[in-house]
Design a protein around this ligand. Structure first.
Ligand code: ATP
Length: 288
């Protein structure tokens, strides 16, 4: 078996109470797992708030360096990637999807711009026709098309549609791994299943492995192949998703149920409205 991603006794601690303080908060403790390069899967990390999920995602994406252990992507130590060229090559293969699609896109920039600039940056495309073809192809994979998206702004679309566009953008460089950190918690409950179903399609049709990070036990149960459950930085359960999530032990299943975030599209809208307002005010003040 060749490993796509290997976490080998990975830990991450932070000083508590100031930089020179002796106490450390162990956000992630001794985490090990391997994703197989030959078998795309949906690998889910479930856990209540503060259990270390986002810290793990940030380390896998190379945005945070482990304080112990090593993360290897296709055999390469992620923390040791230094040059701009190597970093770009890594980012092409490992793409993130973030929680809040309303924050991922600048409200004053049309959405097609993000797709075009990703195609230019990662694929090195230069002509308008090539760039548009790459954007359209990626959008088709998520059930959209360039005709539907061209010239539109984030506030014109729902959270579910925006998250699809975020997935399309991530697909442009043909990644091997997508790290999706709470990708449906800001999406209307009725649209969540369609987004997680999309992850299945990406796994099956494009051979992309997905690391799906969530509080949401129902979508986790529905789409995951394997799951780990984290609690205060530790993995307290790991294995086949049906076995682990179908039969969780009392304590943590209760803790997780309590931790499930309500769908909050209203809050997401409020964030975007406030950002738009701030930008409009700044533009007016600058006299433009
Ligand atoms: N940069 C940092 N400095 C100090 N402590 C941090 C930092 N990042 C995370 N932590 C702490 O590490 C712990 C794990 O945080 P993390 O964000 O990884 O958890 P999580 O499971 O993703 O939670 P949530 O679902 O609320 O995002 C928390 O106690 C958090 O406060």
């Amino acid at each position: 078996m060749s490993a796509l991603l290997q976490l080998d006794h990975v830990g991450r601690s932070y000083p508590v109470g100031g930089f020179f303080a002796r106490r450390q908060l162990q956000a992630v403790k001794d985490l090990s797992f391997t994703l197989n390069a030959d078998r795309p899967e949906i690998f889910t990390i479930v856990g209540e708030s503060g259990s270390g999920k986002t810290t793990t995602a940030r380390m896998i994406l190379g945005n945070e360096v482990p304080t112990s252990g090593v993360i290897r992507f296709l055999g390469q130590d992620v923390a040791a990637i230094r040059s701009r060229k190597d970093r770009l090559a890594f980012m092409a293969k490992v793409q993130p999807i973030f929680q809040n699609p309303f924050e991922a896109f600048n409200p004053l920039t049309t959405l097609d711009f993000y797709l075009y600039s990703t195609a230019r940056r990662f694929l090195g495309l230069r002509t308008r026709a090539e760039i548009e073809a790459a954007a359209d192809k990626a959008l088709q994979h998520v059930g959209l098309s360039l005709v539907e998206v061209r010239g539109r702004y984030s506030h014109e679309l729902s959270g579910g549609q925006l998250q699809r566009i975020a997935v399309a953008r991530a697909l442009i460089p043909s990644p091997k791994l997508i790290v999706a950190d709470e990708p449906v918690s800001m999406v209307d409950a009725s649209l969540r299943m369609s987004i997680v179903n999309l992850f299945r399609t990406l796994r099956d049709d494009l051979g992309v492995t997905i690391i799906y990070i969530t509080h949401d036990l129902s979508t986790a149960y529905y789409i995951s192949d394997r799951v780990i459950i984290m609690h205060k930085g530790d993995v307290i359960e790991a294995g086949d998703a049906r076995a682990v999530l179908g039969n969780p032990s009392e304590d943590y299943s209760r803790a997780l149920r309590n931790a499930v975030l309500p769908p909050d599209p209203v809050a997401a809208r409020r964030i975007i409205e406030a950002r738009l307002e701030r930008r409009r005010a700044a533009l007016t003040e600058a006299g433009t």
